[in-house]
Design a protein around this ligand. Structure first.
Ligand SMILES: [Zn+2]
Length: 355
């Protein structure tokens, strides 16, 4: 909280309005979210009642994240300086180590890349010129280190890592699709958002995570509460915001070792047959990217980019290729080698510059 107010004061110059706006913002975002929420159906089963009671218990726990009251004391700029705000969208996993496999056999990496590029497009259309997609190449372990190192070197105002969810192996069932036996689990559906309390910018990370969660809820998207379930074993997490769907995942490298506000989004469950099918449709992804873009805009008003950030750190490239052995950055207008994974290809294909 102290860091929050201090940082805001440093930027309290011509664009700053009073805390009244901040209070109005908080009220507006939450009321908009509530207004758009579909009416809750009556509790149909005892199991569901138990689940709701469990969420309520988590809600009642002391929240380690900054409270809304503390956020309301942060001043906000009336608008976001979109050209200066530096957002880095991290595409989860790599082509070589592609993460989860969907119910119909598509790699998580392809889902992550598609959503990241669409989000990047939406933001650029809105004037966020310094938004970049980061694609990491190579195997998982060195890939993680290279990912974190590159993020810290670029030092964006905000990092958003895009992923898609699966379930632990013991929950998997099988079905036939395309003459092949595939794994699936229709048990859970919905997105989830993660932050790490070990991140030096935890409060800012939570601010963005909450804002994004509320914006997604406002568009009728639902988060999955299953990470609080015992069945998740070592993947069980603490739910720190039961309305926005924000969990704490302190040990996650891309959140813990980065020195910038960092949030990870599991955009949905691709092992769930129904949700996977929806996530493959552009019209279903559109409200997701719109919600994230709105959240970036709101966050940027609370945590405006430093006026000297661009001069100090340089403009963001459109695409960052993070090769484990040969790290390259493709600059806007430059001749850097850009390799994007073509959908469905096993090997990265050389494509034209990211549109
Ligand atoms: Zn993942």
């Amino acid at each position: 909280m102290v860091r929050f107010i201090g940082a805001a004061k440093m930027k309290a110059c011509r664009h700053i309005v009073t805390a009244v706006l901040a209070v109005a913002f908080a009220a507006a975002t939450s009321s908009a979210a509530l207004a758009a929420l579909p009416k809750k159906p009556a509790v149909a089963t005892a199991a569901k009642a138990k689940k709701i009671a469990k969420i309520a218990r988590h809600k009642a726990r002391p929240i380690v994240a900054p409270s809304l009251a503390s956020l309301q004391r942060v001043t906000a700029a009336p608008t976001c300086d979109r050209t200066s705000f530096r957002l880095l969208i991290d595409v989860g996993h790599t082509l070589e180590a592609a993460g989860a496999v969907s119910a119909r056999g598509m790699n998580e990496y392809q889902f992550n890349l598609t959503l990241a590029r669409e989000l990047d497009d939406v933001l650029h259309k809105r004037g966020f010129e310094n938004t970049a997609v980061m694609i990491t190449e190579g195997r998982t372990r060195p890939g993680l280190g290279a990912r974190v190192a590159r993020i810290n070197k670029i030092a964006p105002d905000l990092l958003l890592s895009i992923h898609h969810d699966s379930v632990p192996d013991n929950l998997l069932q099988t079905f036939q699709y395309d003459d092949k036996t595939r794994n699936f689990s229709d048990k859970f559906a919905g997105h989830s958002i993660f932050v790490s309390a070990a991140n030096p910018h935890y409060a800012s990370s939570v601010l963005f995570a909450r804002t994004m969660g509320n914006e997604m809820t406002a568009r009728g998207l639902h988060y999955t509460p299953h990470y609080i379930e015992k069945i998740m074993g070592s993947r069980q997490r603490e739910l720190i915001d039961a309305e926005a769907g924000v969990y704490r995942y302190d040990a996650l490298l891309v959140l813990k070792n980065t020195r910038v506000p960092s949030v990870l989004l599991e955009a949905g469950s691709i092992i769930n047959r129904g949700e996977e099918w929806k996530l493959r449709q552009a019209q279903y992804r559109a409200p997701i990217t719109a919600a994230i873009a709105d959240a970036v805009d709101l966050y940027c008003r609370f945590k405006p980019p430093s006026e000297t950030a661009i001069a100090a750190k340089g403009p963001m490239p459109r695409v960052v290729i993070n090769d484990v052995t040969k790290v390259k950055v493709a600059h806007k207008g430059g001749k850097g080698k850009i390799r994007l994974a073509a959908r469905g290809n096993k090997k990265p294909a050389k494509l034209a510059r990211h549109p």
